[in-house]
Design a protein around this ligand. Structure first.
Ligand SMILES: CC(=O)[C@@H](O)[C@H](O)COP(=O)(O)O
Ligand SMILES: NCC(=O)COP(=O)(O)O
Length: 240
């Protein structure tokens, strides 16, 4: 069964909107774990518009499940932050400066040497590495030669296509996941996964290791409460 890592960026967005400490990010992370989350994900961005660099150190002290830090490793500040805080997993995302949210995976062919070098930096520090990729066979094949432990499939296209034709939207992900599994890579997935599209994704990708979900989960929590919402997401993963 795939594990659920809750992305708490949006909790930091809410906190930052007033400048105080409400909601308390550290307490929310502890509560997510208490309510069943099997990991905590954060994606610090250079402008610190949601997760601040200090949050990463504060969270590292209290997360007892899996701490996953996502971000742009082309920023030296991000590399230094990850090496200093030593999460269980780092997910490398090719973000451009000022991007509203992540919108593409790595070109693992064009960036092969760069990825090999940077992945070694994290692996030498005993941090598991995952790289964000689109569901394209060539990108998965080239990911396997970078030294990464896992890939994270960028699921925005699946989420967008799901309501029109879910089988068609899923097909490239099934193929990419099969290839990744055959090549010995672990498989994570994330971006715009929600209570509608998660079950179908997880039950058709049996080798799925982990999903990280933030935007929809935190939005659902406004209606259902955080504890119920996390339990609802976990139930979507049961037969996956
Ligand atoms: C890599 C990924 O898909 C998510 O981490 C997403 O980028 C969330 O980041 P924001 O919360 O800044 O949109
Ligand atoms: N890696 C994806 C993630 O952490 C959360 O993405 P989203 O659910 O906020 O779109």
């Amino acid at each position: 069964m795939a594990r659920l890592s809750v992305n708490i960026n949006k909790i930091a967005t809410l906190r930052n909107s007033r400048g105080g400490n409400n909601p308390d990010l550290v307490q929310v992370a502890k509560d997510c774990e208490r309510f069943g989350a099997q990991g905590i994900t954060v994606h610090p961005r250079p402008d610190e518009r949601h997760i601040r660099y200090q949050d990463v150190f504060d969270l590292k002290k209290i997360v007892t499940t899996e701490f996953n830090i996502e971000g742009n490793c082309q920023e030296q500040k991000f590399v230094d932050l990850v090496l200093a805080s030593k999460p269980e997993q780092v997910t490398l995302v090719p973000d451009a400066l000022g991007q509203i949210t992540s919108n593409h995976g790595w070109d693992t062919v064009a960036n092969q040497q760069y990825l090999q070098d940077i992945i070694k930096v994290f692996k030498d520090a005993s941090i598991r590495v995952s790289i964000f990729v689109d569901p394209v066979i060539g990108m998965v094949e080239a990911a396997a030669t970078t030294g990464t432990d896992r890939i994270e499939l960028y699921t925005e296209a699946y989420a967008t296509g799901y309501h029109q034709n879910k089988a068609e939207a899923l097909a490239p992900y099934v193929k990419a996941a099969e290839k990744a599994h055959e090549l010995g890579l672990g498989i994570n997935a994330g971006h715009d996964l929600d209570l509608h599209n998660l079950k179908y994704f997880a039950e058709n990708i049996p080798a799925l290791d982990e999903v990280s979900i933030g935007h929809a989960l935190i939005s659902d929590a406004l209606y259902y409460g955080l504890e119920n919402t996390i339990q609802m997401y976990l139930r979507q993963l049961v037969n996956g």
